[in-house]
Each structure stands twice: as C-alpha cells, then as structure tokens.
Write a protein that binds this ligand. Sequence first.
Ligand code: RBF
Length: 160
Amino acid sequence: MGKGAPEIQESLTAGDGQYAVVVARWNDAITFKLRDGAVETLKRHGAAHEQIEVYYVPGSFELPMLADKLAATGRYEAVICLGAVIQGETMHHEYINHAVAHGIMNAACDHGIPVMFGVLTCMNDKQAMDRAGGLVGNKGVEAAQAALEMVGVYRSLAES
Ligand code: RBF
C-alpha cells in the first residue's frame, strides 16, 4: 500500500477531449509551478497543446466560481484547480480552505466531471515550496494525474 503520491501511471491517456486548468494568482511563485507541473503531466499523457486551456483567477477563493462555470459548459473532460493557501496571522486560511474544498466538490458533483483539488494548504512558504516542485514533489503533477485517472474511470463507466 503506497503512502501519499501515487506512482505515475503511464497507461493514463488524455484522449481527444479538452482540459481546463484554473490557477489562482495569489502566491503565484508557487501556483505557477503547480500549473507548469499540471500542464506538463497532461502533455506527457498525450494531450496536445490545444487540448489544454489555462485560466486565471485572483485567489483560491475564486477557484470554485470559475470551475463551476467551466464545468457547466460541458466542453471539458476535467477541470484542475490549483492554488496555494498559506497560513497568516488570522484565520482567513480556514475559511478559504473549507469554502474552496466544498465549492470544488459541488462543481464536480453538479456537472458530472472530475474537478480536482490541487490547492496547497500550508503553514508556511517552505511547506508550499516543497510541494511545488521541491522536496515533496509537485502537487500540480499529482492533480493532473488524478484528473486523468478519473477521466479514465468516467470513460469506462460510460462505455459499460
Ligand atoms: N488566496 C490564496 O489563494 N491564498 C492565500 O494564502 C490567501 N490569503 C488571503 C488572506 C487574506 C487575509 C485575504 C483577505 C485573502 C487571501 N486570499 C488568498 C485571497 C482570496 O482567495 C480571494 O482572492 C480574496 O479574498 C478575494 O475574494
């Protein structure tokens, strides 16, 4: 039984559909690395440049708003949300994290496509850097892998 990040499954294939990557600009030194990891992963699994659409929102709180709109269009196989919420001196992070997690889940369940939670919820900048291409990997990569895995499951469900 593995712990944490799943192994890369080379069998995951992007297929012909469109993928939306939604990136929060707050903490962009982190989130742009998550974005690059997610885009590279989609490409490594067969997505052409034209199949990947990258959108930006001001902060993580806005991720579910745009994810819901994008999912509602019916154009996408999956929507991948990327953000970095880092604890400050106030409780803002708790409100943001809970709202974003719920909002992303709602978007996924309301529209019947995978909407991925690629949001770092860290205590400090170092923890975030470690998870954006550092010591603990790149959570943007993992969010894209999870999206591809879910697309595969939805695909086989539709075919069965
Ligand atoms: N957005 C993030 O993506 N990460 C953060 O760490 C973050 N910290 C915030 C701290 C405060 C006090 C506030 C007011 C907002 C923060 N935001 C953060 C922005 C938030 O997601 C949203 O863009 C704004 O609140 C506007 O709706």
